[in-house]
Design a protein around this ligand. Structure first.
Ligand SMILES: *Cc1c(COP(=O)(O)O)cnc(C)c1O
Length: 416
């Protein structure tokens, strides 16, 4: 038997069944009309936003990085509770605009001319990733007779240690190397564009509050050095995110209270050049990941040479990260349960696999679950971020999963 990650809080049961937003999983599947199904509990997402606001300094802006979960009804809900939406393509930009987002910023290392034009036309903040991109944005803005809003994404000279994904400290496709930023900012100002500030993003999926707090301190100091060198005060400093969530055995919740207290101290002591700047953090995974559950139905249960395989209608084409094939070195188990027999003792040790014809398609390896029979529903937790749209959905020609957002009062808002 192998351990699995901790079960997230906020889920209950109705009879023997797992309940999400107070509703048993069989009823949710009936609403969607199919499995596999992603269910996102909007009340849990809203509670996470509130908890984050309570922990962070009062005037800190909270942005949602929508690539974590771009489901339009979810983005619409987020637009009502956060201060900005961060997009990384013109496709995401269209969703964010339709969602009525108050503030939109657009990052991404390969923005095409047509995307820059769309962003300038929509008057959103463009996070510039290179000198070349500045030149292209200025040319497009001039042709349109518009004044573009331009921030600079900085490739910092430090990195966020112990991150799942590092995005700073060395050579990077993302952002402009810190040492070249002051000259770039001076060019923005000289061109009479609107300088919107800095965006400094150093990592992702980090569970060490002390390291995140340390990186935020370094980020504020770097923003101040760059502003001094360019002799311009940045209206906004986006400190990035990096907040992780517990997926695996031994992982613990990130201590956001610690981060908030340290950030309050950092901001209180910030250099004068940043006195009038606003600050933001941008999170994707932390806000939505724990609120999502992936439900998949058992098609077959079979034994092979002493091992039991629970074969489901889901798989890595919807939940690549849970299969261990999305940037992890050693495969470990996400939390999962037999959702149809949630109350029953874990009397079976099995490999829970998907329906794809590849041995990579494992959702749980040697996990203890309540004995599964064909027709049961398996629930895989921590599925709200980087699932449906971050998995190779076309691989092997199975249909996409359904997605359902339970809007905050617990009612079914929408399926797709
Ligand atoms: C992906 C991304 C994020 C969100 O990362 P999470 O780990 O989901 O919080 C934030 N900012 C930028 C620029 C990103 O590219």
């Amino acid at each position: 038997m192998k351990p699995m990650g901790p079960l997230p809080a906020g889920f209950g049961h109705v009879g023997d069944e797992l309940a999400i937003g107070g509703r048993p999983v069989s009823a949710l599947v009936a609403d969607a009309g199919m499995t596999p199904l992603f269910v996102y509990d909007g009340a849990l997402v809203a509670a996470r936003v509130e908890a984050l606001r309570a922990a962070m300094p009062a005037d800190l802006s909270i942005h949602y990085a929508m690539k974590a979960n771009p489901l339009p009804v979810l983005v619409r809900m987020m637009a009502g509770v956060v201060d900005g939406i961060d997009v990384a393509s013109s496709g995401e930009l269209a969703v964010a605009e339709a969602a009525g987002a108050r503030h939109i910023s657009f990052a991404g290392p390969g923005k095409r001319d047509a995307e820059l034009e769309t962003a300038i036309a929509a008057d959103v903040v463009i996070n510039l990733e290179s000198e070349n991109e500045l030149a292209r944005a200025l040319a497009i803005a001039e042709r349109r007779g518009q004044r573009p809003r331009l921030a600079v994404r900085v490739n910092p000279d430090f990195d966020l240690k112990a991150s799942g994904m590092r995005m700073g400290g060395g050579a990077a496709a993302f952002g402009v190397d810190a040492e070249r930023v002051p000259a770039l900012v001076r060019r923005i100002v000289a061109a009479d564009a609107s300088f919107a500030g800095f965006h400094i993003f150093a990592g992702s999926q980090n569970l060490r509050a002390d390291l995140i707090a340390d990186a935020q301190g370094q980020t504020v100091a770097l923003a101040a050095r760059l502003a001094d060198a360019a002799d311009v005060a940045p209206p906004l400093v986006n400190l990035g995110g990096g907040f992780g969530i517990p997926y695996f055995p031994g992982d613990a919740e990130l201590d956001i209270a610690h981060i908030g207290e340290a950030l309050a101290d950092t901001l209180a002591a910030r250099p004068d050049v940043l006195a009038d700047s606003r600050f933001a953090i941008e999170l994707g995974r932390w806000l939505v990941g724990p609120a999502g559950v992936y439900l998949t139905r058992v098609v077959d249960v079979k034994d092979s040479r002493g091992r039991t395989f629970v074969i489901t209608d889901g798989g890595l084409h919807h939940q690549l990260a849970a299969s261990g094939n999305f940037g992890t070195v050693i495969r470990r188990n996400y939390p999962l349960v037999n959702a149809s027999r949630f109350g029953a003792p874990a009397g079976m040790v099995a490999d829970v696999v998907g329906c794809l014809c590849t041995p990579l398609d494992r959702l749980g390896e040697q996990v203890a679950i309540a004995p599964a029979r064909p027709g049961d529903l398996i629930a895989l937790f921590m599925a709200g971020a980087y699932g449906a749209t971050a998995s190779p959905v076309a691989f092997l020609g199975h249909p996409p999963a359904a997605e359902l957002l339970l809007s905050p009062p617990g009612t079914v808002a929408s399926a797709s």
